[in-house]
Design a protein around this ligand. Structure first.
Ligand code: NAD
Length: 745
């Protein structure tokens, strides 16, 4: 056998041992080569009479297998031989089925080869990794590896387990237990796996292979439970047993309520389990493959795999960092301004082990900022997530002060004082007076252009925007903004910083509102435009959520503050030469804020009324008295139209950011839109929404139709028309690092 990703030998007892060890990788994934090797091993075990059984284990300390190779899956195209274009529809379908069924078929052959197969699991086994293990007859998991994780996480990235997971897991532990695990993609540890019956035995990691061998010797005629005569599904068959049936029905309803039908994978998983577990496993596996192919071919799956898995992983490892600069180790970082943001920034730095100086106008103020960390530490200790010792060590890393002498020696300053350019200029000077020449100065401003703020700096090449989101400890994204004079080295150091505090950086160029605030604002603006048109508020909110946004547009406006929205609306109108207070929306906002004092969640009243816990209790009923409601029903065509208004409007703004050079890498656009403002994740983010969910020419046509009806806010930039004419996508025109590299050249 000529294997690339497994080693294979046979011991004196005839027990074959296949060790999974993909060369050059720290973790095993099911690459095309690995699947080919599993096929070869299966054939050998089945046909070689000298082999009495098979143990599969991993040669990687990191674990057994992390699942399918999604990078390869994302790129895979073509079936070899005849090109897809030359095939008839029937031939194409048959080829796709054969390809999609290959691993399922092999694992079934292994399961029924007549020889016992045991799997030793010393670390994580996720997705396809767990599915391979489930095709064995016996699983031994290490009980001394706290990092061990099992699960079928495919649904999280728009896929479904396509190598038997939707069929074997329910047959092993019952539909009731299996369905939530598959639908939500949650992982579980070895103990739980053992209790549920997903693994058969726990043992120290050094003994797992020996335990497998011992079991093989004792069970020469092993079969999967579902191949035994008279097999009964644990918990009963889904269409007959009350419990299992109820779960299937409830799951359907809950899925519709939670996802509004936006996530095809979950729907298909339900169908796989429901249909597949009522028939013999061979038929069930074929059903699974059909749903797998249907899911995999959906644009949502392509978009989610690319953004939520591949791009997220790349950016979280510094994929947009300029090359050629040594990695920065941060020995000390100063945070100036210990308010809401500064306090949170100090906490995440200390949590990452970085000595932090927290500066405010008085030591007392700075201490108040540190109290935020104290509260978070206490909470973690009380919930058993941290210990007193670890909590104390974290707090010891934060020094509070009002004295700039303490800032001396910092590798980086993050400024988070009030949003006032004069104050920020003063802070820049005071900090630079004590900083070394190579220290970086980052401003957490949310609105002030970086190039303007950098004018106060003696070293504008070291000046950069480091834009956090609130609450800092929970939001995973940081938007890095380069000013006109920001050097590449400063950018590299800033990315090192964001990675050091375990967040995901996106990099954008200077512009009012940068990238995230500018584009996100269009969602709330569109909601308010709908309100001014007389669309019933409840319809606006429901359609917003149904389109995949985390909150309705009016609720988001309330949390940002209607006073802020009024101020921004007036500023924008003035810049465009429009009298904001003379149009319907302007008058309504002024009435809400200035006459009614309804400034949003912070006041307990805005578009919504809020309860004592600050949660929205209901839409303010009197809102309907102020607006002339002309639309109070929402049939499916209107829902589709309003959904497009919400999503297309945001995407047009993103396209403008590309045209203006604010965004230069499609991954930044996608990840930024999902992590910063929750843009419908099933689309893969704003750029993928245009690329994959619509296709650029179709997107342009839809935006044109909307522009015709609602005006220039839907007008697409010339860039999009050019891309449509040239057959380009955002990922082909703005590839990883492509434009930045070109600009630097
Ligand atoms: P905040 O009002 O809560 O805190 C500002 C802090 O700066 C106060 O503690 C104040 O005492 C301190 N300060 C004022 N003058 C100072 C001086 N001379 N020296 C040292 N400290 C001084 O404000 P915030 O919400 O934390 O916002 C801070 C910055 O972060 C602003 O630029 C804001 O635009 C930006 N930002 C805010 C958010 C948000 O959601 N609040 C999000 C992203 C960015």
């Amino acid at each position: 056998m000529n294997l690339e990703t497994f080693s294979f030998d046979i011991d004196g007892d005839g027990i074959a041992h296949a060790i999974f060890d993909v060369p050059g990788r720290s973790m095993n994934t099911l690459t095309g080569k690995a699947v080919a090797d599993i096929i070869a091993i299966t054939n050998e075990v089945a046909s070689n009479d000298a082999i009495t059984g098979l143990v599969i284990s991993s040669g990687k300390p990191s674990g057994f297998c992390a699942g399918a190779d999604l990078g390869e899956m994302n790129e895979s195209a073509g079936g070899g031989g005849k090109s897809e274009a030359e095939m008839s529809e029937a031939e194409l379908k048959a080829m796709q089925f054969e390809r999609g069924f290959a691993l399922n078929k092999t694992l079934r052959e292994l399961e029924t080869c007549g020889k016992p197969v045991a799997v030793a699991l010393d670390g994580l086994a996720l997705g396809g990794g767990l599915e391979v293990a489930l095709a064995g007859h016996y699983r031994v998991a290490a009980n001394d590896n706290p990092k061990i994780q099992f699960g079928l996480p495919e649904a999280k990235i728009g896929l479904l387990p396509g190598a038997g997971g939707t069929q074997r897991l329910p047959r092993l532990i019952g539909v009731q237990e299996a369905l939530p695990l598959i639908l939500q993609g949650k992982s579980f540890n070895a103990d739980k796996a053992h209790k549920m019956g997903v693994v058969n035995e726990l043992a120290p990691s050094t003994d797992t292979v020996a335990k497998c061998k011992a079991w093989i010797k004792a069970n020469p005629d092993a079969k999967a439970p579902w191949d035994e005569k008279g097999f009964k599904m644990p918990g009963g068959v889904v269409h007959r047993a009350p419990g299992a049936g109820q779960v299937a029905t409830m799951s359907n309803a809950m899925l519709a309520a939670n996802t509004y039908g936006n996530y095809p994978a979950q729907k298909n998983i339900l169908s796989c389990v429901y249909e597949g577990t009522q028939v013999p496993i061979d038929a069930g596996l074929r059903i699974e493959t059909r749903y797998f192919i249907n899911t995999q071919q959906r644009p949502e799956a392509k978009a989610m795999i690319r953004s939520l898995f591949l791009s997220m992983q790349e950016l979280s490892k510094g994929g947009n960092r300029p090359a050629g600069y040594p990695k920065t180790e941060f020995k000390k970082i100063a945070v100036i301004g210990a308010g809401l943001m500064g306090a949170g920034i100090a906490y995440v730095q200390a949590k990452a082990g970085i000595p932090t100086v927290l500066v405010d106008i008085s030591k007392e103020n700075a201490e108040k900022g540190k109290d935020y960390s104290r509260r978070l530490v206490e909470k973690d200790i009380s919930r058993g997530k941290s210990t007193q010792e670890k909590g104390d060590a974290l707090l010891d890393l934060i020094t509070t002060t009002d004295n700039y002498d303490d800032v001396k020696g910092a590798d980086l300053v993050v400024e988070a004082v009030f949003e006032n350019p004069e104050l920020k200029a003063k802070i820049t000077k005071m900090a630079e007076d004590v900083l070394s020449a190579d220290a970086v100065f980052g401003s957490n401003t949310s609105t002030l252009p970086i190039t303007g703020l950098a004018e106060a700096s003696q070293r504008p090449e070291n000046f950069i925007g480091i834009h956090f989101f609130s609450p800092v400890e929970r939001m995973g994204l940081v938007e890095i903004i380069t000013g006109e004079k920001t050097s590449e080295e400063t950018l590299a150091k800033s990315i090192d910083y964001v990675l050091a505090i375990r967040k995901t950086p996106i990099v954008v160029n200077d512009s009012r509102g940068f990238y995230t605030s500018r584009c996100f604002g269009t969602y709330t603006q569109e909601g308010m435009a709908m309100l001014a048109e007389g669309i019933k508020p409840a319809i606006i909110e429901n359609v917003g959520r149904q389109s995949g946004m985390p909150m309705g547009a009016l609720e988001v406006s309330d949390s940002v503050g209607l006073d802020t929205a009024l101020k921004v609306g007036r500023q924008m109108a003035q810049a465009a030469g429009i009298d904001y207070d003379s149009n319907e929306l302007g008058q309504m906002m002024a009435w809400l804020v200035e006459d009614q004092g309804r400034v949003g969640r912070k006041a307990g009243k805005g578009f919504y009324d809020y309860n004592e816990k600050g949660k929205p209790s209901r839409l303010w009923p009197d809102l309907n008295t102020r607006i002339d409601v002309t639309v109070d029903e929402c049939p499916p065509e209107l829902k589709k139209h309003l959904t497009n208004r919400f999503l297309v409007r945001q995407a047009v703004e993103v396209a403008r950011c590309f045209e203006e050079g604010v965004i230069t890498d499609a991954r930044d656009a996608d990840i930024g839109s999902i992590l910063a403002w929750g843009f419908a994740p099933y689309t893969g983010g704003c750029a993928s929404y245009m690329d994959l969910i619509w296709g650029i020419p179709e997107f342009v046509a839809e935006a044109d139709a909307l522009a015709e009806k609602y005006g220039d806010r839907f007008k697409v930039p010339q860039l999009l028309r050019d891309m449509a004419a040239n057959g380009e996508t955002f990922y082909s025109r703005f590839p990883p690092g492509g434009v930045k590299a070109k600009a630097a050249a």
